[in-house]
Design a protein around this ligand. Structure first.
Ligand SMILES: [Fe+2]
Length: 165
């Protein structure tokens, strides 16, 4: 589609995020299954619930724009998920695999943080206050998830991984 206006770009980037979130919904159960650490598994399972709400938030925005959220595949997220799933196929000590899962998940979070920060700013610029609030909510959740993953890694997963093998 033509990207003549900031609104066009906004819609394109929202579609990209919609695809990204749906890819994450599919990937998270696999990551939870692969995790050995209870807290890490809980974090993935909880983030799955949060992600499903984030998908709904995007659907609300598309409803307001009277546009379909479909029609785009986020190649960036596909790449991140592919790297993660390649890593999950490796033979590894469980503690080291947990550290690897966190590393993959944080890449995903940072991609989302960048993308949501951008669309939130576009929404503000376009005077779409309600959208910017919804996008900010998701942005905050991604930030919290990222911090939680760092804390799980630093408190026990990385120390355990450093003793493995
Ligand atoms: Fe998300």
């Amino acid at each position: 589609m033509a990207m003549d206006t900031l609104r066009d770009l906004y819609i394109e980037e929202l579609k990209d995020l919609y695809s990204a979130e749906n890819q994450i919904v599919k990937a998270l159960p696999k990551m939870a299954k692969k995790a050995s650490d209870d807290e890490l598994r809980d974090a993935f399972e909880e983030h799955l619930k949060v992600t499903k709400e984030q998908v709904k938030r995007l659907e609300t925005i598309f409803g307001d724009l009277e546009r379909s959220p479909r029609g785009k595949r986020c190649a960036g997220m596909a790449g991140l998920i592919e790297e993660g799933s390649d890593m999950m196929k490796e033979k590894a000590e469980p503690e080291v695999m947990d550290a690897a899962l966190i590393s993959a998940a944080q890449r995903v979070e940072h991609y989302e943080i960048a993308a949501y920060g951008t669309v939130r700013n576009f929404a503000r610029r376009l005077g779409l206050t309600q959208h910017s609030k919804l996008l900010q909510q998701t942005l905050d959740e991604e930030g919290e998830t990222d911090k939680r993953l760092t804390s799980i890694a630093e408190s026990h997963v990385n120390p355990a991984a450093s003793r493995a093998g």
